[in-house]
Ligand binder design. Structure first.
Ligand code: HH2
Length: 293
């Protein structure tokens, strides 16, 4: 199947189409693939591999947001992206820029990226939401408690699903107030960003409550620590099976966009899961399904 267009991605919560976003970190220090694609030639080859494996989106990031990570200046991010972004764009799929800095997002949009993935949901840089509005660029708004340097220190919630939902509702309002069309917003519970194991599980189980915000829901569980905690797997590269399980659980509850490192594996898992239980408009189950609602 051809990669989805931007319009198809933004309509995925209505059509039920599964969108796979492949991760490309041009960083020396990302938690699972840090250093692997820091070299521009290796990064370009990885972009091609992600597209060939069936990614609808290549999400390019030049700053790690792993717990405890240090900030990378916009100038340094742009330097890391200079060769890699055009190479990703040349793959012919939608390219998103994973950054919280407007200057970096502007550079990426000028280089052919068409989607902004902001893990701070527009809070880190006051120019980000106005930039997305001006450029009519869709934006992913993600929940994070605190900031990467300190977010895993002692995250506390009374009702994590309700609190994350309320936060995202507020950020949608902020985006709309900045001039971004509501239809160009994607929301994300921010798996692993200021969350303990039980918070991550509650959010994946509670994706349905986030879907009621009316925007496509993106889930990014790929290779994250909670999988290691559940499965006793210290090596992020060994967490692909758990990643697939988390994505499929989120899909059954209405998430339609999945940010993963292992694109081919998720494509295969989706092909089987969706054949058994087709997802359609409004996530309704098929009439002839024994489990029809
Ligand atoms: N997770 C990471 C980075 N960006 N963006 C969205 N929207 N959702 C996520 O869950 C998400 C994200 C962290 O993963 P990764 O890119 O593999 O690692 P690092 O931040 O260390 O580069």
């Amino acid at each position: 199947m051809m990669g989805a267009t931007l319009d198809e991605i933004l309509a995925s919560h209505r059509t039920g189409r599964a969108i796979v976003m492949g991760v490309l970190n041009v960083t020396p220090d990302s938690f699972s693939d840090g250093g692997q694609f820091h070299d521009p030639a290796a990064a370009a080859a990885q972009a091609e591999r992600l597209a060939a494996e069936g990614a609808d989106v290549i999400d390019v990031g030049a700053e790690s947001t792993r717990p405890g990570s240090d900030r990378v200046s916009p100038a340094e991010q742009i330097e890391r992206l200079r060769v890699v972004l055009p190479a990703a764009v040349a793959c012919g799929v939608v390219v998103s820029i994973d950054t919280t800095r407007a200057e970096v997002a502007r550079f990426a949009l000028d280089a052919g990226a068409s989607l902004i993935n902001d893990v701070s949901a527009g809070r880190d840089d006051g120019d980000m939401l106005p930039l997305a509005a001006e450029r009519e660029a869709p934006i992913v708004l993600m929940h994070m408690l605190g900031e990467p340097k300190s977010m895993q220190a002692d995250p506390q919630y009374d009702d994590v699903v309700a609190e994350v939902r309320a936060f995202l509702a507020g950020r949608i309002d902020a985006a709309v107030a900045a001039g971004i069309a509501r239809e160009r917003v994607i929301v994300d519970p921010g798996i692993g960003f200021g969350k303990r194991l039980e918070h991550n599980l509650a959010l994946l189980a509670g994706v349905g409550a986030l879907c009621s915000l009316g925007a496509p829901v993106l889930a990014g569980p790929s290779r994250k620590r909670f999988i290691g905690e559940l499965a006793g797997e210290p090596d992020p590269q060994g967490r692909m099976p758990g990643t697939l399980a988390a994505c499929l659980a989120a899909r059954r509850r209405g998430a339609t966009i999945f940010r993963v490192h292992d694109v081919a594996a998720l494509r295969q898992a989706l092909a089987v899961a969706d054949a058994i239980e087709p997802r359609g408009p409004g996530q309704a189950r098929r009439k002839n399904s024994p489990n029809a609602l």
